[in-house]
Design a protein around this ligand. Structure first.
Ligand SMILES: Cc1cc2nc3c(=O)[nH]c(=O)nc-3n(C[C@H](O)[C@H](O)[C@H](O)COP(=O)(O)OP(=O)(O)OC[C@H]3O[C@@H](n4cnc5c(N)ncnc54)[C@H](O)[C@@H]3O)c2cc1C
Length: 579
């Protein structure tokens, strides 16, 4: 195994990982050596597909907006499971980050007086989402990438797939990776590590997310003994395109789009009279599934998928071209008609991982409520700093990614500037065993096809762990996942080569996904209430007395072991959530 030594190793080059790298470089005046590692080309990271925008109060007072109101909306939107110290940090720092990206050159849409334009998003009291058409993530990531290239001490490792996180006691030591181009195993030893590997929504079959959102970083931490938090809270975005699941941004409704049932009615009137289509996503998703299950949906003839319609025709072609060009292109290319002329078929799709690696307010990885892993942080969607609680508000994720990317990049830089790089000798055995595990998987002569296991995983999650959950359904899923985990031991990787062995990489991803899915189901089955995106048919109301707490899941050989931790309430007392 090749050993590479760096001051900081950043695993993941989405918005969180790139923002962290840039901040560490700025803070150290470019002195620190930083490895930025990505399993695909850095610019293909999933953040590139973020469409609708980034939230932050740029003009306090306009429409009565304030950072306090942004905080309130976020706490309420998350059904009061969010840690409010983190929410306060999010809303206070978001405007500064949007301006930082303005200085980096993001071409925000602007009004005639030159101010950054803001659009409405679900669950927000007033429009406060800055955007660059419907390609916000692309422009933000591009701006970071361009700037990162000007720091010669940041080395970018494209197409390096991380298989192991190595800790020594409570100290971060290394990430073990495979160079996909050559198959060579490389260990990145560093004084500080940041995991920024994105979400895990690919554990579901019908999802808006990229094939890469397999939750690897969450799984690496979990397998290394770190608990994962609140994994039962998966966000289902109301408008996944039929039949692919590709996202139709909430901005389509923010700009004035309607949802219609088969009777041609704007049914959101029955579920959220004041906010209508701009109610939070959990509420809109439940409304769509209720309409469908009560016979007021449509059936797609080819896929058999049931759906409702998103109508943006009344916005007119010029507004659609100016504000939603990618949506128009997407519908034309994939469905063969223009949304200027016909409504778009949509249904809820898995979209966002609200839970993730257990971290504290500063994003540092925590083994329990009081024991930190020295030198290790988790940023972006993989780290549960818990701003989103039980239900993320649209456009709060990009803010979270860049804010905690910045915080953690700076903290890692501070540590790395004062620390000596440890020697490799004390982890040689661990590195050898990590390499041995990969070799063993490759050589395994089992009979299980990894893609068959993935198909069964997707079917299970889509059927039993979707928008509405039942105790019986979750029990079926729990049993099935344990079966898949056992069958996974008998997996057969048919490509035995080393060069671009996607078969091997995917086999590892599938193993990760099965274990992540177990944490989702275990958390869900034990949360006997409905809160945010976790909706139990048998327990239809929120139960603050028993469940105003975070779930922590620890890995065992069998089902995950659960414990719970306190939710931090600062200013916004839990109240009934009405829209
Ligand atoms: C279609 C879509 C549109 C969205 N639009 C918005 C929006 O408008 N506003 C908003 O706030 N939020 C939006 N979101 C959510 C938001 O885009 C994501 O939460 C955010 O981009 C996640 O960024 P990240 O940096 O955490 O991870 P990602 O951008 O997902 O990057 C993950 C990185 O980790 C790397 N990686 C993963 N596993 C490994 C491994 N094993 N080894 C090495 N590298 C690895 C990947 O290569 C990649 O570089 C959207 C989500 C989707 C699905």
């Amino acid at each position: 195994m090749q050993i590479l030594k760096y001051d900081i190793a950043v695993l993941g080059s989405g918005l969180a990982g790139m923002r962290a790298s840039l901040q560490a470089a700025h803070y150290s005046n470019g002195k620190l050596r930083i490895a930025l590692i990505s399993k695909m080309h850095a610019m293909r990271s999933h953040s590139v597909s973020a469409e609708g925008g980034i939230s932050g109060v740029l003009y306090p007072g306009d429409n009565g907006d304030s950072v306090d109101l942004h905080g309130f909306d976020t706490a309420k939107g998350g059904d009061y499971l969010g840690d409010q110290d983190a929410i306060e940090r999010l809303v206070n720092e978001a405007p500064g980050e949007i301006r930082f990206f303005d200085h980096l050159g993001v071409p925000w849409n602007r009004s005639e007086d030159g101010r950054i334009m803001l659009r409405a998003f679900g669950g927000m009291s007033v429009p406060r989402t800055a955007f660059a058409a419907d390609k916000t993530g692309f422009f933000m990531l591009n701006a970071l990438y361009d700037n990162i290239l000007s720091f010669p001490n940041i080395d970018i490792f494209h197409e390096h797939y991380a298989t192991h996180l190595i800790l020594k006691g409570t100290r971060f030591r290394a990430f073990v990776t495979m160079d996909l181009a050559t198959g060579e195993r490389k260990a990145f030893l560093a004084k500080a590590g940041i995991i920024a590997t994105g979400g895990a929504s690919r554990v579901f079959g019908f999802t808006t997310t990229a094939y890469s959102s397999t939750g690897d970083g969450i799984a690496l931490a979990y397998k290394a003994g770190v608990p994962v938090k609140d994994m039962e809270f998966t966000q289902f975005h109301p408008t996944g395109l039929i039949p692919s699941g590709v996202l139709i941004t909430e901005a389509a409704r923010g700009e004035g789009g309607y949802l219609l049932n088969s009777q041609g009615r704007r049914f959101m009137e029955d579920y959220a009279k004041s906010k209508m289509e701009l109610a939070p996503r959990d509420i809109v998703s439940r409304a769509i599934i209720t309409e469908i299950s009560q016979g007021r949906g449509f059936v797609d003839e080819t896929s058999g998928l049931k759906h409702v319609l998103l109508d943006i025709r009344h916005l007119g072609e010029s507004k659609i071209d100016e504000k939603l060009p990618m949506i128009k292109e997407l519908v034309v290319k994939t469905l063969g008609f223009s949304p200027v002329k016909e409504p778009i078929p949509v249904r809820p799709a898995a979209h966002h991982t609200m839970g993730g690696i257990n971290v504290n307010l500063n994003g540092q990885v925590m083994l329990d409520e009081s024991t930190a892993v020295d030198g290790l942080w988790a940023a972006g969607e993989c780290g549960c700093v818990s701003v989103h609680g039980a239900n993320r508000l649209g456009s709060n994720s990009l803010s979270q990614c860049v804010i905690w990317g910045k915080i953690e990049g700076e903290a890692a830089a501070k540590l790395a500037m004062g620390d000596d790089l440890m020697q490799v000798e004390d982890i040689t055995e661990r590195l050898d065993s990590a390499e041995g595990e990969i070799d063993k998987l490759l050589a395994n002569q089992g009979t299980e096809n990894p893609y068959q296991l993935r198909r069964e995983l997707w079917d299970t999650m889509d059927e039993y762990v979707y928008v509405f959950r039942t105790v019986t359904g979750l029990e079926v899923a729990r049993k099935k996942l344990q079966e898949l985990r056992e069958r996974y031991r008998e997996i057969y990787v048919s490509d035995k080569g080393r060069i671009f062995n996607a078969n091997l990489r995917e086999a590892i991803e599938i193993g990760n996904m099965i274990e992540i899915a177990q944490t989702i189901v275990e958390g869900a089955i034990n949360r006997k209430e409905s809160r945010g995106a976790h909706s139990m048919v048998e327990f239809p109301t929120r139960d603050d007395r028993n469940f105003l707490k975070h779930t922590l899941a620890y890995r065992t050989d069998g089902f995950p072991r659960l414990s719970y931790s306190v939710v931090k309430i600062t200013k916004w007392q839990p109240m009934e959530r009405k829209y």
